[in-house]
Design a protein around this ligand. Structure first.
Ligand code: FNR
Length: 367
């Protein structure tokens, strides 16, 4: 892996080594994939520019931060992505070990191919959060919460953008299903295997339609708070209005996210939605973001725009595909070096110094 010098190198290698159906599932977005493109372009294509400060003694730098009261070594954590054993036999257990070594947050998906208990055992010291999908059968969800609490997970990440799956055309064409040797490890019986049963279209999409509750309202947050003491992160918020409602209903943090552009095509890039949400609730709760992060300067820009913590999904899947736990570790360490370098070159010694005035929208330069 020594020849990999950026996330794109990992991605290229991973895409060449995954089966077409898994490759398409991991990389694709919904619809025409406009938002997928924007998630990257908003960073890349001269939308947000850094205003570096110079001669500020950056010889001693510290990129650590705190998130929901936990100390982490850097302001970048791991978003939940489903079915990681399709990338490598060690799947989620390899990724959580990598996050433990990097001393940052790992979020486990409800529909993982390693169980809550396996992941906890693989990395007892990692800061682990559990991502929650709410099933029609509330006892299924309640059982997941109890297991996550018992296994030492520190927060629940309620995904609020998924009453059903987005229009993932590649998965429909591929009739995407979980490979036969894998299962949804958090479940028994038909909840673990139902995904394999579709004859037409995406088996995963059918699973979601049949089992995820699409009648959820804000009351689900009230319900969650009545059954657990864990802090609740709302993942998938893209408007100030919903962020404010989230705070009103008692969320501890808001994760600005468009689900890696996999739900509704045409939404803004997450980084574009971030400022209005920070303005609305940034002084009341912690605000996180994910979507399109592939280099240290992306993290720097998100921090400057008010994110307390930044997350990424696909890049760790690419690392995992390339080299299991070692590959995932390499991706996290590469990002750490890049974040540290961005801090140094922009004249910042700590996250407190990455303030709003460190970035500017490109339009300022075209006036
Ligand atoms: C996801 N995402 C996701 N989100 C979630 O809440 N539960 C899940 O099970 C999954 N599964 C999943 C699978 C795959 C293959 C991808 C790519 C994404 C969304 C994920 O948490 C995150 O929001 C995005 O991945 C962030 O975008 P980037 O970093 O991949 O650009």
């Amino acid at each position: 892996m020594a020849r990999f010098v950026c996330i794109q190198d990992y991605e290229n290698h991973a895409l060449n080594n995954l089966t077409p159906s898994v490759r398409d599932y991991y990389r694709s977005g919904a619809g025409d994939e406009n938002t997928l493109k924007w998630n990257r372009e908003a960073f890349k294509k001269y939308k947000i520019r850094i205003r570096p400060r110079v001669l500020r003694d950056v010889s001693k730098r510290d990129i650590s931060t705190t998130v929901l009261g936990e100390k982490v070594s850097m302001p970048l954590g791991v978003s939940p992505t489903a079915m990681q054993r399709m990338a490598h036999p060690d799947g989620e257990c390899a990724n959580v070990k990598a996050a433990q070594a990097a001393k940052t947050v790992f979020i486990l998906s409800t529909i993982s191919t390693s169980s809550i208990e396996e992941v906890a055992e693989a990395a007892p010291e990692a800061v682990k959060w559990f991502q929650l999908y709410v099933y029609f059968d509330r006892n299924v969800t309640l059982n997941l919460i109890r297991r996550a609490e018992k296994a030492g997970f520190k927060a629940l990440v309620l995904t609020v953008d998924t009453p059903m799956f987005g229009d993932r055309r590649r998965d429909i064409r591929n009739k995407f299903a979980l490979p036969k040797h894998l299962r949804f490890a958090n479940f028994d019986g038909y909840l673990a295997r139902k995904i394999n049963s579709s004859n037409e279209g995406s088996g995963l999409s059918e699973y979601v339609t049949n089992l995820f509750d699409d009648s959820l309202t804000w009351n689900v947050v009230t319900w969650l708070k009545s059954v657990t003491k864990l802090p609740i992160v709302l993942k998938g918020v893209l408007t100030a209005e919903d962020a404010e409602l989230g705070v009103k209903y008692g969320a501890s943090a808001i994760m600005v996210s468009n689900h890696g552009a996999r739900q509704i095509d045409g939404t803004p890039a997450s980084i574009e939605a971030l400022p209005e949400i920070v303005r609305a609730v940034g002084n009341k709760v912690e605000v996180f973001m994910d979507g399109g992060i592939t280099q240290g300067t992306d993290v720097f820009k998100a921090l400057a725009l008010g994110a307390k913590m930044v997350f990424f999904g696909r890049p760790l899947l690419w690392g995992l595909t390339c080299g299991g736990e070692q590959g995932a570790r390499s991706v996290l360490e590469m990002m750490r070096r890049e974040i540290d370098q961005a801090f140094a070159l922009a004249g910042c010694k700590s996250v407190e110094q990455v303030t709003k005035d460190m970035v500017v929208h490109e339009s300022v330069y075209s006036r």
